[in-house]
Ligand binder design. Structure first.
Ligand code: GLV
Length: 330
C-alpha cells in the first residue's frame, strides 16, 4: 500500500533548491507571487496542508489554527517568531520551528555595519555627495563618533548579541557591557569580554547601544522616551531586533532634538511602513529588515525550515523545535 505524500505550503517564494528538496518528500504548493497572503488567503491556502513554511509576515494564531485542523507543523524561516502565538500553537498540538544559529554571524556582521554606518554618518554623507552638495572639504565635515575603543552596550545577549560582543571587544577594542534577562555564565562573559550591568547603567554608559532582544509584551517599547532620556547626547542607538521594541515616535523626537546623536534601524513598528517622522531626519540610517540577508544565509535559513518539515513529517522529529513538548506527545 502506498502512503499518501504529505502536503506542504510555502507561504512566500523561496529558492528553487529548497522547493526541490521538499518535493522529494511532499506535495508542495508555493506562493509564486511572493505577495503576502491576507489571513483569509492564508487560511484558504492551508486547507488540506500538513505543514507550512512561513516568514515573519504570516501570523499563526488560534483563529487560523481552528480553521486548519489538519495542520501539523509551522516552520518559520526566521529566528524570531513573534508572528507565532506559541500558546495557541502548542495547545493545538502543532509543532513550531525557527531557524537559529545559521544566521548568527551574518546578522552580527550587519549589526556592526549599522553601528559603523550610524556612528560614522555613512548614508547622510553619501546623500550629501549624490545631491551635488560637496563643493569643498572641511575638517569637521561629517565628523562622527569614534567606534574603536568606545563603550558598546548590548541589550539582549543571546547568540547574536554574543557574536556582536566578540566583534566589538576583539575586533574594535571596545568595552562591552550588556543587559539581559539572565546573566551569562562566567566563561561566556570572558569569551565575549562582556560585563553584565543593570539596564539603567547600560543606557547611561553606552556610546553605542544595540538592541538584539526578542519581541514580546515584556519588551514592547523597551526603549521609549524615558530610556532615550537616560542616554548620552553623543550616543547612537541601533535596532536589529524587532519593530515595537523601540517607540519609533519617541525616537524620532529624540533624534530631531539631538537628545541622542543618531540611530540605525533595520526594523520598524508596523513595517514595512516606516514612521514618517523618521524619514525626514538625516541622523538616522534606515534599512528594510535585511540583517540576515546574504544569499548564503537566506538559503541556509530556508533549507533549515525545509529540513525541519521533512524531519517532522517523515520521522516525527525536528532539528530546531520551539515547542518540543509536542514531539514528546506524538
Ligand atoms: C529576522 O528578523 C529573523 O528573525 O530571522
Amino acid at each position: 500500500m502506498t502512503r499518501q505524500r504529505p502536503a506542504v505550503l510555502i507561504a512566500r517564494t523561496v529558492f528553487p533548491e529548497v522547493v526541490a528538496h521538499l518535493q522529494a518528500h511532499a506535495d508542495v504548493t508555493m506562493n509564486e507571487t511572493d505577495a503576502v497572503y491576507s489571513p483569509q488567503e492564508l487560511m484558504a491556502q492551508l486547507q488540506g496542508k500538513d505543514a507550512v513554511l512561513t516568514t515573519g509576515s504570516e501570523r499563526v494564531d488560534a483563529t487560523l489554527l481552528a480553521a486548519c485542523p489538519q495542520l501539523r507543523m509551522v516552520a518559520n524561516i526566521a529566528v524570531g517568531y513573534n508572528n507565532f502565538d506559541m500558546p495557541a500553537i502548542t495547545a493545538a498540538g502543532v509543532l513550531a520551528t525557527n531557524t537559529p544559529d545559521v544566521l548568527t554571524e551574518t546578522t552580527a556582521d550587519f549589526g556592526f555595519a549599522l553601528i559603523l554606518a550610524t556612528a560614522r554618518r555613512l548614508t547622510e554623507s553619501e546623500h550629501f555627495l549624490r545631491a551635488g552638495q560637496w563643493n569643498r572639504w572641511s575638517l569637521d565635515m561629517f565628523a562622527g563618533a569614534e567606534v574603536h575603543g568606545s563603550t558598546l552596550g548590548i541589550l539582549g545577549m543571546g547568540r547574536i548579541g554574543q557574536a556582536i560582543a566578540r566583534r566589538g571587544a576583539h575586533g574594535f577594542g571596545m568595552q562591552v557591557i550588556y543587559h539581559n534577562r539572565s546573566r551569562l555564565d562566567a566563561a561566556t562573559e570572558a569569551d565575549c569580554k562582556a560585563r553584565y550591568v543593570e539596564k539603567d547603567e547600560l543606557l547611561r554608559t553606552a556610546d553605542h547601544l544595540i538592541l538584539v532582544l526578542p519581541y514580546s509584551a515584556e519588551s514592547h517599547h523597551a526603549i521609549g522616551a524615558a530610556e532615550l532620556a537616560c542616554m548620552k547626547p553623543t550616543a547612537t542607538l541601533v535596532n536589529i531586533a524587532r519593530g515595537g521594541i523601540v517607540d519609533d515616535a519617541a525616537l524620532a523626537q529624540a533624534l530631531r532634538e539631538r537628545r541622542i546623536a543618531a540611530a540605525g534601524l533595520d526594523v520598524f513598528e508596523g513595517e514595512p511602513r516606516v514612521h514618517p517622522d523618521l524619514l525626514d531626519l538625516t541622523n538616522v540610517v534606515l534599512t528594510p529588515h535585511i540583517a540576515s540577508a546574504t544569499m548564503a544565509t537566506r538559503k541556509a535559513m530556508a533549507m533549515l525550515a525545509a529540513d525541519n518539515v521533512i524531519a517532522y513529517l517523515t520521522e516525527g522529529r525536528a532539528l530546531t523545535p520551539l515547542n518540543p513538548q509536542v514531539l514528546q506527545k506524538g
